[in-house]
Write a protein that binds this ligand. Structure first.
Ligand code: SAH
Length: 253
């Protein structure tokens, strides 16, 4: 995918391709009250290079399908999974998240960190719902307003980047509207943005620009990322990722 060449180049050496953290992945697992001994079938959708996939494989008795539409990220994930000793529990699938091949009620858990926005939260949860067994769990992180009103500069930026951005109560309402029972919600703390995502990215900027001959396209990507970072640092009391944990409503068999 040529359009994505530069973005892949900037992000593929990262541990995470979005805000998050191992402790927060595990917190979501605990809030979901997932039985760690039970054999489970899980899809990690928009898995990137697999930070959450590999952690889940280590912590659970699960078979995990790692889905991302960028094979370059999946290649890194597979290598890491082998190195961590969980390669046999993970299979990767290069596929778009709006065209998934799972059967109805095939999955116990759908996991998705920092990725569902690519098709939109409401579209994602409605399209993915049928893959879950009744009582199955959805864990998805989604960019979320932390306050009811926001400074105009921040509001305008995110309205154009992702018009579906909203407060947690609105996201939870969407889950309820589409047949999910909310089980838990928490907000990713600042270190998930700065220490786990933005600072490591900034540390890669210089080499990224050098590798790509300081091209206009590469500089534009760095400038756009830096602008997002600056906005986050200025307005972080208004915005974060919310982690939404919800159970598919229905009669459990
Ligand atoms: N979950 C990972 C990656 C988050 S970044 C983490 O938290 O580190 C979002 C990921 O979604 C990227 O890896 C990107 O390649 C993937 N993605 C974007 N659009 C997609 C689509 N339509 N189908 C599948 N994956 C997609």
């Amino acid at each position: 995918m040529d359009d994505y060449k530069l973005l892949i180049d900037l992000h593929k050496d990262a541990y995470r391709q979005g805000p998050g953290g191992d402790a927060e992945t595990e917190l979501a697992l605990n809030l979901a009250m997932i039985n760690r001994a039970e054999p489970l079938k899980i899809a990690d959708i928009g898995c990137g290079t697999g930070a959450s996939t590999i952690l889940l494989a280590r912590l659970l008795n699960a078979r995990i399908t790692a889905v991302d539409f960028l094979q370059d990220f999946l290649d890194v994930l597979e290598k890491r999974a082998e190195e961590t000793g969980v390669g046999d529990r993970i299979s990767s699938l290069a596929r778009s998240m709006d065209d998934l091949p799972f059967a109805d009620e095939e999955l116990d858990v759908i996991w998705s960190e920092g990725a569902i926005y690519n098709i939109g939260f409401e579209t994602g949860i409605t399209e993915w719902r049928r893959f879950l067994k009744a009582g199955g769990l959805l864990v998805a992180s989604e960019i979320t307003w932390l306050t009811d009103s926001r400074p105009e500069e921040l509001q305008e930026y995110w309205n154009s980047e992702y018009p579906e951005i909203d407060v947690a109560s609105a996201k939870i309402r969407i889950l309820e509207k589409h047949g999910f029972s909310p089980v838990g919600y928490f907000v990713l703390p600042e270190h998930c943005w700065l220490d786990e995502y933005y600072r490591p990215m900034q540390a890669r900027f210089e080499e990224f620009l050098n590798r790509n001959g300081n091209s206009k396209e590469a500089r534009e990507i760095v400038n756009a990322e830096q602008h997002e970072i600056d906005l986050y640092e200025t307005y972080k009391s208004h915005i974060s990722y919310g982690v939404y944990i919800a159970k598919k409503a229905g009669i459990e068999r």
